[in-house]
Ligand binder design. Structure first.
Ligand code: RIB
Ligand code: CA
Length: 307
């Protein structure tokens, strides 16, 4: 079977952990690199969390430390949702530090992409700082990137601003660079993660899905203040599931750009489905998901994880 070469750029992050979990052992994927970025928590924590996840899942996948702050703004953290460490709610074993590359994430992503004959897919489930630096510093990588599948933005309202989603809002300049890059992009915004929620009963089912299921369930029970009655929003896992099962999603082409100037709406993704801005469409936007199949198949994938 042809395996898809994959780089995961992430700010773990509770929902990042739940997304990464189902990607590491899938036979259709060859995960080449985990790149950390500052986002939910600071870069030391996100890097350490990425190492903890590779250790937990017994995977010898290299981790590269990424940008410690956005291109032009200060850090905004989400410790309220993810805990001080970024993966509150579960005690992970000490990380295998030998997996940490000496090179930073941008150089590691560059060397990984250029060393492969095949094109590489990049899954971004955090702010886009590393990717903006990568394609601005080494524009030649763009033709070697098959697709960027991103959890980011929103076709509706935001979660950190009235209209802005966290990953894009943390580094809107980086997001603008990526959307304007010409690289094929598939965007899974907040609207999808808000639809594809796990129920409290699903978490109970995850408790019976081995070591990985227990870990994910434990993290989710502390996620976002532990409010699971309304369901657990599956932001990053929706991007991972799109990568694995795109048939569960409905998509529509659009021109997407990012507001960076307005103090009211900075970080908002402007999603133009109807050609109002008279710009060439640059993004495949997920607009719906088969929620029942999403929940069923996500849990099935977790159940199958051997670690
Ligand atoms: O807005 C949701 C996104 O922000 C997710 O990637 C979550 O992990 C946080 O990074
Ligand atoms: Ca994330």
């Amino acid at each position: 079977m042809r395996t898809r070469k994959l780089i995961i750029d992430t700010d773990p992050g509770i929902d990042d952990a739940a997304a990464i979990a189902i990607l590491l052992s899938d036979p259709s994927l060859d995960v080449k690199l985990i790149a950390s970025v500052s986002g939910n928590v600071g870069i030391e924590h996100t890097t350490n969390n990425a190492l903890k996840l590779m250790t937990f899942f017994n995977k010898d996948i290299p981790v590269a430390k990424g940008a410690a702050m956005p291109l032009m703004r200060g850090n905004i953290f989400a410790t309220n949702a993810h805990g001080k460490s970024g993966m509150g709610g579960f005690e992970f074993p000490e990380p295998n530090l030998e997996l940490l590359l000496k090179e930073n994430a941008v150089m590691s992503e560059y060397h990984t992409i250029m060393a492969l004959e095949e094109k590489v897919t990049i899954l971004t489930i955090g702010p886009l700082t590393n990717i903006a630096l990568l394609i601005s510093t080494f524009p030649e990588v763009k033709e070697k990137i098959e697709e960027i599948i991103m959890m980011g933005g929103s076709t509706e309202r935001g979660n950190i601003g009235v209209y802005s989603e966290f990953n894009v809002n943390v580094d809107p300049e980086a997001a603008k660079i990526v959307f304007r890059s010409g690289i094929p992009i598939t965007m899974l915004g907040l609207d999808i993660g808000r639809k594809a929620r796990l129920t409290a009963g699903d978490l109970d089912e995850l408790d019976n899905c081995g070591k990985a299921g227990k870990m994910i369930s434990s993290l989710f029970r502390s996620y976002d203040g532990g409010n699971i009655e309304e369901g657990v929003k599956m932001y990053d896992p929706s991007a991972a599931m799109y990568l694995l099962e795109p048939e569960l999603f409905k998509v529509k082409e659009a021109y997407v750009d990012v507001e960076i100037c307005s103090p009211l709406t900075s970080g908002a993704t402007v999603v133009d489905f109807d050609g109002i801005l008279n710009k060439e469409k640059n993004t495949t936007v997920c607009i719906d998901v088969n929620v029942d199949k999403f929940r069923e198949n996500y849990i099935k994938r977790v159940r199958e994880i051997q670690c």
